[in-house]
Design a protein around this ligand. Structure first.
Ligand code: F6P
Length: 327
């Protein structure tokens, strides 16, 4: 295989705190190892629209502490077509980019896998999504910060819930993964946690809330993952309201605020480690792999395994513990 000269780095799909620390690591590691680096703005869309920017060590200064992504991001429908990918690849060749480090979630990986399969360009991907739902890494970039943001919000909601004797349903992100909900629920002391990975009957939830009210709880917080099968916090609140009248009921949808903000120390270190490892791996000849962290060790996983096994594996013991600790 010809040696790599110019690496393209981009962020794609939902932004996640820690992506900038990761971009910084990719750029500086590549430059240190004598390679050129191009930042591709707006992910696959930017590849199609030729949004290429030459990066140097100084172009990534003062970004390690920033949330969002300085490379911008997008969800690109055109890249899902063979024509879109061909156009993107031609642009990469024209620009002299001969390897890619994509940062994103399973949609980003699927695009990278297709592009690499069709045109042979080496790719080493980095898991950047708050959802923490990728096989091959104990943590994805942004999950730690997002969960801390959720906990901060729950703490604030608890103040007002306790002051008014209210029951709050708080909906959190995660798409079809309940990882943020479960961990924020445990850390926030929620009375119940509704997850996509486990069905919760509304009558059982009401029963649990009634038990709490009868044992002198004066307020309660229920965390609902957006992918829960009961149809979201508003629907659950409506159905609970029909039968439960111990407290006044309110709903908070945390939404996109969960994706923003200063990355935690954990996400900055994770982003740095993953960016550094991805560049080393691609230069060493690896391709169609995802860099992950397993047991605090950087490991590579075949991209197709990361894509096809993508989901959060529910920690049943944690859910059981949360139920017991919230009696
Ligand atoms: O994948 C990250 C994520 O924030 C999910 O948790 C959420 O379902 C989705 O992205 C929202 O996407 P968008 O910002 O495109 O609405």
């Amino acid at each position: 295989m010809a040696s790599i000269k110019k690496i393209g780095v981009f962020t794609s799909g939902g932004d996640a705190p820690g992506m900038n620390a990761c971009v910084r690591a990719v750029v500086r590691t590549a430059i240190y190892l004598g390679k050129e680096v191009v930042g591709i703005h707006q992910g696959y869309q930017g590849m199609i629209d030729k949004k290429f920017i030459n990066m140097d060590a100084r172009s990534v200064r003062n970004i390690i502490q920033l949330g969002g992504t300085v490379l911008k991001t997008a969800r690109c429908a055109e890249f899902r077509t063979a024509e879109g990918r061909e156009k993107a690849y031609k642009n990469l060749v024209e620009e002299g980019i001969d390897a890619l480090v994509p940062i994103g979630g399973d949609g980003t990986f699927t695009g990278a896998e297709l592009l690499s399969g069709e045109f042979g360009i080496p790719v080493v991907c980095i898991p950047g999504t708050i959802d923490n739902d990728l096989y091959g890494s104990d943590f994805t970039l942004g999950y730690d910060t997002a969960t801390n943001t959720v906990i901060e919000a729950i703490d604030k909601i608890r103040d007002t819930a306790a002051s008014h004797d209210r029951l709050f349903f708080v909906e959190v992100m995660g798409r079809d993964s309940g990882c943020i909900a479960l961990h924020a629920g445990v850390a926030g002391g929620a009375e119940a946690i509704l997850l996509p990975e486990k069905e919760t009957a509304i009558d059982d939830l009401i029963h649990k809330l009634e038990e709490g009210a009868l044992s002198k709880k004066s307020s309660s917080i229920v965390i609902i993952a957006e992918g829960d099968k009961n149809g979201g916090a508003y629907n659950v609140a409506k159905r609970v309201k029909e039968k439960f009248n111990f407290y006044d009921i309110k709903v908070t949808i945390l939404g996109h605020l969960q994706r923003g903000g200063t990355p935690s120390s954990f996400d900055r270190v994770l982003g740095s480690r993953m960016g550094y490892a991805a560049v080393r791996a691609i230069i060493a000849g690896e391709t169609r792999k995802m860099v992950g962290l397993r047991g605090n060790m950087i490991q590579l996983t075949p991209l197709e395994d990361a894509i096809h096994n993508h989901s959060f594996k529910l920690e049943e013991d944690l859910l059981e513990m949360a139920t017991i600790l919230s009696i």
